[in-house]
Write a protein that binds this ligand. Structure first.
Ligand code: PEP
Ligand code: MG
Length: 886
């Protein structure tokens, strides 16, 4: 078994085995870049170590052999007193886990070799003792769990004694004394002396890096980022180069482009006379990388050339770490760098222009989640605006409002027209009404899968959670943060993308990308490169995708907006909104009708109203298909609540007031009450039970279409029957509908399709039969998920999904992203068997999943013709449908 690989043996594609850092060090080595020599101990060795608690057989020998080769190459031996080779021992997993695991530098220093190091460094005693104290500090903390503050306090005391705050003012003598102080700390905590044997230092450091894979913070980070727990880390043993040898040495980090905006140009920080961890630790202030040009022009030029070379080689933004040792540049790390959503689009487009990637690759490198992020309004942040606290960005958006601490208050104030932010320590299902009423939700506890986070995301509501700097006192209706008290009614601004919290009102900027989609800024007018990049990549996605994208819209303005966003028709027009508002009274008349004539009269009054709605929608979507769904929810949803009405009637009786009308209504409400309305009298069942109801709707749809066609329009109505479970249901509705269609279109031909939703599992399983009576299927994945899992869709997310997520029963709510194995299987079966029975059967999806990136890929895979989603998600679905192809 081979566990150890020289840098010359690996390459960038071996991240599983060598970790990201090791694979990229090997890649750079083989590109001929100045990488200090070294070797990588594989993730396999780590996994073996973690499963048994000891290094696997043969590993020590392999390390010994590679160390000898390294010593040979460097012409010196590890820790040799006169001229020591020193090494760094660095972690590096497949996925970057910044700062989560351990690194030990300067391994090989001891009481003897520290003198040799000084001599070799031209008598630079200060450098040698500084390196030694760093080893004891890092080794103590990492390998032996000595509390880090102890070392930091000792360093502070040394600086204080010297009357300085800058560690560069400590001279060789000070640092030598500090080494003694550090050794004492080490012995006090470990009960042994600091190990002097270089090989022992190396072995313990390697084991400590292995073990750091399972450190609490690493475990937590992996859970948050959904990185598998069983990958293990590789360990890189690298010959030390020194950035702390004097003014002509230093260390830095850099990006080949701006990772925030994507702008071309060098971005980085440099710190003279320092070792790697100083930059990250912020011990001293770094200078912008450009200043290196004045300090060391040749090294700067070489660095620029290398960065250009890396970009060309990786064909992407890279970030790097480097060190300059007495004027000579060394590359310590590179990787394809993380970036913001905006930078992802801008860089992808730039790289196409530069000829490094093609448009397919550009499309591959961005995603719908990033696009969605760019569509949220953002805070207009002035230079002096600083957040008062930082939480976890759990559900994106920018929300501003008055602070409230109880759900009830949130509802009251929202009803009075106020914007409110609900602040809680954590939320629970009782907070639901308050959460709905709020612009945003802020909690001091809990992570990305807490109740608040899950529910807020489900509602598309801005949420910052886990802001632990907030001391929330619900009883006093206030929270304190950073010495300030914020009371009910005070205004705060929360950023659900970054997790930042601001006191007072921060102005909000509408998204430039949305303005572009709406057509109010053209791709060339935008003041930055972002809109141009989005335009370019979206155009390519549209050219590539096979899936059509429709929208769920039930009003003219919604339809118009979605069309501007690129919708190619309506996949779901829910007609029930047309039964609300002023029309409620008509609906009540319909429900309360005692005779056929009363019912017919009520329906006749509804007909023109419905027809006018449809005319408006058909006009906005002229030339594109519009799927109108016949009424779905149980009718009692349109009646007053049972409790309120009962109280009302009781009070009237008490007072001896007449209440005949209310009594009749109460009777009806009682009669229609259902324990399980979601599984009760709704959808096609209503149509079969209430004579004339569906007929009225069908007539309204077809008459509206005829009216539009007469006016020269091109309406494409599709009538959809909800909640069908058996073909007989559909056939009954179809027979009646066909008669009406024939009658209404006698003088003005309009093609009208009749199809069904597939949202009851039985419909999916008998889709071959159902297809005989349907010209199209539209998957109602909301109900299909509800009935497939047996999860009440209005209750479970707030009630217990947080626990399911915590336990990993699923990684994301199945109402948010399609459950491929279960509900997805029903979709697959229905698509296959439906098409087998009726070749050319049109297939779409109109549940919430139609706008979810992952689900869009699934629907592409199973061969649907279109997805339909809310207007705002249409661009996301277009992008992902394009990505699904490449
Ligand atoms: C569905 O069930 O997926 C669907 C689109 O219908 P509704 O959400 O209106 O029940
Ligand atoms: Mg449904």
């Amino acid at each position: 078994h081979k566990y150890v690989y020289d840098f010359t043996e690996g390459n960038k594609d071996l991240k599983d085995l060598l970790g990201g850092k090791g694979a990229n060090l090997a890649e750079m080595t083989n590109l001929g870049l100045p990488v200090p020599p070294g070797f990588t101990i594989s993730t396999e060795a780590c996994k073996a170590y973690l499963s048994t608690g000891a290094q696997p057989d043969g590993l020590a020998e392999e390390i010994g052999a590679h160390l000898s080769a390294l010593e040979e190459a460097m012409g010196k031996r590890l820790g040799e007193p006169a001229d020591p080779l020193l090494v760094s021992v660095r972690s590096g997993a497949k996925f970057s886990m910044p700062g989560m695991m351990e690194t030990v530098l300067n391994v090989g220093l001891n009481d003897a070799s520290v003198e040799g190091l000084a001599a070799q460094a031209g008598g630079n005693e200060r450098f040698a003792w500084d390196s030694y104290r760093r080893l004891i500090q890092m080794f103590g903390k990492t390998v032996c769990d000595v509390p880090g503050e102890e070392f930091e306090h000792a360093l502070d005391r040394a600086k204080q004694a010297k009357g300085t705050t800058n560690d560069l003012d400590l001279d060789a003598g000070d640092l030598q004394a500090l080494v003694d102080a550090y050794k004492t700390i080490f012995t006090k905590h470990t009960g042994r002396d600091f190990p002097q044997a270089p090989r022992e230092q190396l072995e313990l450091a390697i084991n400590a890096v292995f073990e750091s894979w399972n450190a609490d913070r690493a475990v937590l980070y992996r859970r948050q980022e959904r990185i598998p727990a069983d990958l293990g880390t590789a360990v890189n043993v690298v010959a030390m180069v020194f950035g702390n040898l004097g003014a002509d040495s230093g260390t830095g980090v850099a990006f080949t482009r701006d990772p925030a905006s994507g702008a071309q140009g060098l971005y980085g920080d440099y710190l003279a006379n320092a070792q790697g961890e100083d930059v990250v630790a912020g011990i001293r202030n770094t200078v912008p990388l450009q200043q290196l040009e004045e300090l060391n022009k040749p090294a700067y030029d070489e660095l620029l050339a290398i960065m250009a070379r890396l970009e060309e080689h990786y064909r992407d933004l890279c970030d790097i770490e480097f060190t300059i040792e007495r004027g000579k540049l060394w590359m310590l790390q590179t990787r394809v760098g993380k970036r913001t959503a905006a930078a992802a689009f801008v860089i992808a487009a730039q790289l196409v222009d530069e000829g490094l990637i093609d448009l397919d690759e550009a499309l591959h490198r961005v995603n719908g989640a990033q696009l969605a992020q760019l569509m949220f309004p953002r805070f207009k942040l002035g230079p002096d605006l600083t957040p008062v606290a930082q939480g976890i960005g759990a559900s994106p958006g920018a929300a501003v409002g008055k602070v409230v601490f109880e759900g009830k208050r949130a509802v009251e104030l929202a009803d009075a027209g106020e914007d409110v932010i609900l602040v809680r320590r954590e939320t629970n299902p009782d907070d639901l009404p308050g959460m709905i009423a709020s612009r945003g939700i802020l909690t001091s506890r809990g992570g990305k899968t807490s109740h608040a986070a899950v529910v807020a995301r489900g509602m598309g509501k801005t949420c910052v959670c886990g802001a632990d700097a907030l001391d929330v006192n619900v009883r006093e209706r206030q929270f304190t943060v950073d010495g300030q008290t914020v009371r009910e009614g005070d205004v705060v601004s929360i950023d659900g993308t970054t997790g930042k919290i601001y006191l007072g009102e921060v102005p909000v900027w509408p998204s430039e990308v949305v303005r572009y989609f709406e057509g109010s800024v053209g791709p060339d007018e935008a003041d930055d490169a972002l809109v141009a990049a989005v335009h370019r990549i979206m155009t390519h996605a549209d050219g590539q995708r096979r899936l059509r994208v429709r929208t769920n819209a039930d009003t003219g303005p919604d339809a118009a907006r979605a069309r501007r966003f690129g919708a190619e028709g309506i996949g779901l027009c829910r007609t029930e909104h047309m039964f609300l508002g002023d029309r409620r009274e008509l609906v009540e008349r319909l429900i309360l009708a005692r005779t056929d004539d009363e019912r017919k009269a009520a329906l006749a009054d509804l007909l023109p109203l419905q027809r006018a709605d449809f005319v408006e929608i058909f006009r906005e979507m002229d030339g594109l298909p519009v799927t109108v769904r016949l009424i779905d929810p149980p009718l009692h949803e349109f009646l007053p609540s049972l409790e309120e009405l009962a109280v009302h009637v009781a009070v009237a009786h008490e007072r001896g007031e007449p209440a005949a009308k209310d009594e009749a209504m109460l009777d009806a409400v009682r009669r229609m009450h259902e324990q399980n309305p979601m599984l009760g009298l709704r959808g096609v069942r209503l149509g079969l039970v209430i004579p004339g109801l569906f007929a009225m709707q069908v007539r309204a749809i077809v008459e509206a279409a005829v009216e539009c066609a007469r006016d020269g329009g091109d309406p494409k109505p599709e009538i959809m029957v909800p909640l069908v479970g058996a073909v007989q249901e559909l056939e009954t509705v179809r027979t009646e509908a066909e008669k009406i269609i024939a009658e209404v279109t006698r003088e003005q031909a309009v093609e009208v399709l009749i199809g069904t939703m597939i949202e009851v599992p039985r419909a999916a399983l008998t889709s071959g039969q159902i297809a005989e009576a349907a010209e199209f299927f539209s998957f109602g994945t909301n109900d299909l998920t509800q009935m497939g899992w047996g999860f009440s869709r209005d209750d479970v997310e707030g009630a217990f999904f947080w626990r399911y997520l915590e336990l990993g029963i699923f990684g994301i709510s199945p109402f948010e992203s399609i459950d491929r194995d279960g509900v997805g299987r029903l979709v697959r079966i229905a698509a296959e068997e439906g098409r087998a029975a009726r070749p050319g059967l049109k297939l779409g999806v109109c549940g919430e999943h139609g706008g979810d990136p992952d689900s869009v890929h699934f629907f592409h895979e199973v061969g649907l013709d279109y997805v339909s989603c809310s207007p705002f998600r249409v661009p996301v679905a277009r992008l992902e449908a394009g990505r699904a192809v490449i």
